[in-house]
Every structure is written in structure tokens, then in C-alpha cells.
Design a protein around this ligand. Sequence first.
Ligand code: NAP
Length: 339
Amino acid sequence: MQRSLGVHRVLEPVGVLPQAAQRLDADPAVGPDEMRIAVRRLNLDAASYRQLSEAHGGDGEAVRAAVLGIVGSRGKMHNPVTGSGGMLIGVVDEVGPDSPLGLEPGQRVATLVSLTLTPLRITDGLARWDGRSEQVPATGTAVLFARSIAAVLPDDLPEEVALAVLDVCGAPAATERVVHRSGHRPSVAVLGAAGKSGCLSLAAARDARAGRLVGVVRDEREATALRAARLADEVVVADATDPLAVAAAVGEPVDVTVVCVDVPGAEHGAVLATADGGTVVFFSMATSFSAAALGAEGMAADVTMLVGNGYTPGHAALAMDLYRRSPGVRSLIDPRVRA
Ligand code: NAP
């Protein structure tokens, strides 16, 4: 059990699981139940990349040095400020004889477990990255444990697109599940609706036969793009960190709110926009547990609050399917990948 979870790779503090570790052993030599990936590209999660970029005033060289510093000292890409990571793609390099993951050397895969628990070594100094994008061309090695997940990359999509979609595939899966559990045609609002996880969540909500669908976006530019994508019944502009503005923009409180922004401070607006008895899904990694819990208490808001688990069975296939089937989703994700 301990081995399958990667506990043997934890250097400090001893006794915790790899996600909570300060430092992992990223030795590329694999144990019998492990698997090594030759890394091709990292995808830093949006909250982590934004934090690093803002902390270094947009200086790409400094961001690159910061990422190298984190991976070098922690043996994993675990942003100490946001606590978040991302995921990676690469080619299966070596599979231990007891690995249960069913993968073979030579297969192109995306890891579906967070970089915050993936032993990682970078060997090219990230020389091909200018520090100005969430996606990071990289050479190095990553190790997956027995109890990890990886998806074989589809042949029909560019790697960059697959990486972007798979990074946030937990959001549409969580949205679908909550809509199904919320009675007859629940109304849904998505904060950050023109972003990657946001537009996939809107598409998933519509597929799950949600009722009124509200997309909350940051500005008129995003509103125009989201209206053209035809994923929401209503598109409204509000700063997600301004609770009263969010509540006013959403209007009649909704049954389900999904938080997909990449900035801190969206907890109170999300709670205010949600009807009593409703559910808020906090997918954003910039969410504060205390702000959500104490804020809801302070508003006497009877809402169920869910942490957006990055894993739901079938989440990768669901997200890729939504991307392939929905021109609106593609119209919002493709420009972000190109940028
Ligand atoms: P994304 O594509 O960058 O989308 C975020 C959206 O939020 C963008 O449209 C952004 O607008 C918008 N936004 C930012 N600040 C806003 C504000 N103050 N008011 C309204 N809208 C605002 O990000 P993503 O890749 O979908 O990721 C979204 C979140 O999910 C991040 O926090 C990420 O860390 C998290 N995440 C969670 C998991 C999990 O397992 N739970 C996994 C992966 C990612 P602009 O583009 O104009 O800034």
C-alpha cells in the first residue's frame, strides 16, 4: 500500500504522502512497480503560472529560474505559494515488471496525477522555454507510482491541446456529476467561464441537461468570445473577486456555481450567487478553505461546498469528447493554447 502510493520516495518530512512532502527523491531509476516517463512538456496549472509571473513582474527569465529552483529543491513542481502543480506529457521510457498501469515503452502519455506529487528531474535547464507560457517544453524524467494515472495521448489532436484539456479535465466531470445530483434541470453559473476549465464546465452542464446557464467573465472581450461560442444562455461581466458585483450580475441565485477562475478571492461571490440548498464547486486552486467556510457562515448561506477533486472516473475521456464535439469549446481553448 505504502509503496503503491509512493511513500518510499518521500525524503522529508518522513511519514507523509508525496503530495504533502517538502522534498521527493526524483531518482530516475525505477522500482519494480514504478514507471518512468521521458518528459516532453509540462503544463503549469493556471493559478501557479499566474502567481509566478506576477511575483516576477512578467520577467520570463526569472520565472524560468524560479521553476528550475522549485523542481531542483523539491524534486517535484510544487509551487510553495499556491500549493498547486499541473501535469506533464512525455513518452513511456521504462516500465517496472510489477507496474499495474498497463502502459508500454514508446507510448505517448499525459500524467493525470498532479505535478505536486510526481518525482521530476529536469535535464535541459528549460532552455527552450521563455518563461511566458503555462506550457513548458522540457527534457527530463518523471516517475509514476503503482497508484497513479496516465492517459495515452490521442493521435488526432496536437499535444499542446491534449495537455491543456487534460490538465483541467476534472472540472467538467465534477460539473456533470453535481448537475445530475441537483434535481430537475438545475440552473448553473460558471465563474471564469471563458477559460479552459470554465468553457468545458459549461459544455458539460448543458450536456447534463442543466437549466439556465450563466457564464461570468472578466471583461467585454471575453464576453464577446463566450457569446460567439454559444455555450451559455446568459453571459455577464463581473470581477469574480467583487462579491456584490458577481451576485448582481448573476441575478436570480443559481442552484450550482462552479468556480474556474485562476485568481484568489472568488469564494464570497460564488456563495452569494448560489441559492439556499445549492452547491458551489471550487475547482480553482486559488480557493481559500477558510474564506469559503467562514464567508458562507457569515452570510448564513445554506450551501454545500465541494472541493473540485481533479479525479473522477472517466474524466479524461469526457473532457476530450467535449473538446472534439463542441466548436464553442474549441473556439475558446485553441487561442489560449496558441498564445
Ligand atoms: P484559465 O484558462 O486561465 O481560465 C481562468 C479564467 O478566469 C480566465 O478566463 C480569466 O480571465 C478568468 N479570470 C481571472 N481573474 C478573473 C476575475 N477577477 N474575474 C473574472 N474572471 C477572471 O484557467 P484554467 O486552466 O481553466 O484553470 C482555472 C483554475 O483551475 C485555476 O485556478 C487552476 O489552478 C485550477 N485547476 C484546478 C485543478 C483541480 O484539480 N482542482 C486542476 C487544474 C487546474 P483572463 O484570461 O482574462 O485572465
